[in-house]
Structure formats: C-alpha cells, structure tokens
Design a binder for this molecule. Structure first.
Ligand code: IPM
Ligand code: MG
Length: 351
C-alpha cells in the first residue's frame, strides 16, 4: 500500500512525524513517500502544489496530510499561497466528501469550553461538501469599477449532481450510526441552498429508515453550543461546513483532537487533522499530534481496509489519555503536560 505523506508547513512536519512513527509501528506493508505541499511546495518548486507532489498523490492509495500556511506567505499572489495547494489537491483528486467526526473522549469532557454534561458522550459527524460552493464558483475576483472603486466577487453555486452525491454519502453514514441526518442550509435567503434543500429532501425518500431534518445555518451554529447532542450526522456545503466544523471541534475540548477524511467517488482519500499549521507554536515541540494520529487511523479504516489496526491505534490514543498525558491545548489541572514527541512516544508504547 502506497501512502503519500505531505507534511506541509508549520506544525505539519512535527505532527506528521509522530503519525508516521505510529504507522510504522504497525508493521504493515506500507510504502510511505514524502513530498512538499503548501508553503513548503512553494519554497521547493515555486508552486504550492508541485507537479511531482500531485503525481505522487494521484498514484498513492491514500494521502496523509499535515497542515499548510503561515504569515510569511500572506503577501504572495493568491495562486501561489499555501491554501491554493490544498484546494487544488482536493479539486484535482475529486475529494468531494469531507468527513469530520467530533467525538468527546470522556477524559477530555473537562477541557471543553462548554459544561461537561452538555458534551459528555457527544459523537457527531459533519459531512462537508468539499469541491464546490463559493470556494470554487466562478466568476470570482477583485475588479475595479468604472468609478475607480474596487469590488470583490465570489459565486455560490451547486449543481444537483453535486448535492446528490454528498447527500448520499451522508445518508449512508447516518445509516451506519444513529440514523439521524440534519441538512444545513440558508434556504430562506440563498437560492443555491433552496435547491440543496429540495435535492436532499427528495433523496430522503430513498432513506426512509433515516430521520431527516433541515436547519438554517445560523440556527445550527446556535444549536451546536446550546445542545450539541441533538445531532448525529450533519450534511452541509463547503463554506458552512468549514465554519461549523471548527465550531464543533471546540465542543470536544480542542481542535487538536479532530481528524478528517476527504474521499473521492471510490473511497480513496486524503486524511488530515482539521486544525491548521499554527505558526505561533511551530518548531516548539508542543503541538498536539493526536488529531493526525487519529487521521491515520481513519486512513487505515476507510482507504486501506485495515479496521483492526485502526481500532488498535484509536485504543492506544485512548489509553494515553486515560493515563493522564496532555499536550498544552487539552491540559487541565492535575494532568501530566507533555510535548509532541512525548505524546507520540506514549502512543507508540501503548501500541
Ligand atoms: C479547512 C481549512 C481550509 C478550508 C483552508 C486551509 C483552505 O480551513 O480544511 O477547513 O477552508 O477548507
Ligand atoms: Mg477550516
């Protein structure tokens, strides 16, 4: 099995190194090959998605991705910025289905910014559409009007077929979980999402065993902090999913705990923590590697058909949390504060 390993920028390198150690410890027939992406791609080849990296990602069975971005790249032209590398990779590989689970480990309920009783036992899945919407819609750009004033334009667009395929992924996921699906839109204002609601609703007829509801995105943002346990699976578009998944991550105690999978039509995937490159703590050895390690577990489960090993990795993470080890982002009084490397050591030892 060939894995493309793309560490990226900032803490990406540090957290990926720990996930790679965990994967190697499993002693599976894995070929891991590294390539630069994001700012590192720009520095190596003048392109946030160098051709060689794209070729490697295409031929791999799965992709393990760190994080990209950093203030030193903010002044670059838009198509050279790190984010473009990730967005192009998603688009080129057709990775339209982004699964972002938010599970609260009992040990971390105290670390949540919400009251422990609101989040204890929380287990929700956000299914975010990842290759359409205002992220990719044309026309886009910043133009100068006749009067000299500048105007920024982006376009929110969804085709029926794009809505249908992501809705199907969400219904199938709900079927394997709590059989509840909440579709999130802004159908009271935006026609794009009015269509979204119609298409999801029509598909719901094929999934009579799944309880479907619809919710406006502003209400959903509120319900997520009011009573998050009402949700099982949430399906939504690219932009709303970006925002709601960051919000949901904090319910779990830390964005440093949340993995994600981005899958194509055949289940090939890119696996990454949902947090970013955190330039403020990069190189200090304090980043939490667990989201990346859990992402590697998702990769074993979804793209490599290695459920047993995925279970083992997740159990090892759980054990380390039970033993009281915490990186700074999930630290609470009485626990043992550790750095990136020590957390990786502990997971490897638990395996
Ligand atoms: C994410 C990130 C990306 C996104 C950025 C880095 C382009 O926020 O994966 O959620 O907006 O999709
Ligand atoms: Mg985001």
């Amino acid at each position: 099995m060939n894995i493309a390993v793309l560490p990226g920028d900032g803490i990406g390198k540090e957290i990926i190194a720990q996930a790679v150690r965990v994967l190697r410890r499993l002693e599976l027939p894995l070929e891991l090959e590294e390539a630069p992406v994001g700012g590192a791609g720009y520095e190596a080849a003048g392109d946030p998605l160098p051709e060689a990296t794209l070729v490697l990602a295409r031929k791999a069975d799965a992709i393990l991705f760190g994080a990209i971005g950093g203030p030193q790249y903010d002044a670059l032209p838009r198509d050279k910025r790190p984010e473009r590398g990730l967005l192009r990779l998603r688009k080129e590989l057709g990775l339209f289905a982004n699964l972002r689970p938010a599970r609260v480990y009992p040990e971390l309920a105290q670390a949540s910014s919400l009251k422990p009783e609101l989040v204890a036992g929380l287990d929700l899945l956000i299914v975010r559409e990842l290759t359409g919407d205002i992220y990719f819609g044309e026309p886009r750009g910043i133009a100068t009007l006749a009067n000299g004033e500048r105007e920024g334009v982006n376009t929110m667009r969804y085709r029926e077929s794009e809505i249908l395929r992501i809705a199907r992924v969400a219904f199938e996921a709900a079927r394997k979980r709590g059989r509840k699906l909440c579709s999130v839109d802004k159908a009271n204002v935006l026609e794009t999402t009015e269509l979204w609601r119609q298409v999801v609703g029509a598909l719901g007829k094929d999934y009579a065993d799944v309880e479907l509801s619809h919710m406006y995105v502003d209400n959903c943002a509120m319900q997520l902090v009011r009573n998050p346990k009402q949700f099982d699976v949430i399906v939504t578009g690219n932009l709303f999913g970006d925002i709601l998944s960051d919000e949901a991550s904090m319910l779990t105690g830390s964005i440093g705990m949340l993995p994600s999978a981005s899958l194509d039509e055949r289940g090939k995937g890119l696996y990454e923590p949902i947090h970013g490159a955190a330039p403020d703590i990069a190189g200090k050895g304090v980043a939490n590697p667990l989201a990346t390690i859990i992402s590697a577990a998702m990769m074993l489960r979804y793209s490599l058909q290695r459920a047993t090993e995925a279970d083992r990795v997740e159990a090892a993470v759980h054990k380390v949390l039970q033993a009281g080890l915490r990186t700074g982002d999930i630290y609470t009084a009485g626990m043992r504060k550790v750095g990136t490397q020590e957390m990786g050591d502990a997971v490897v030892a638990a395996l």
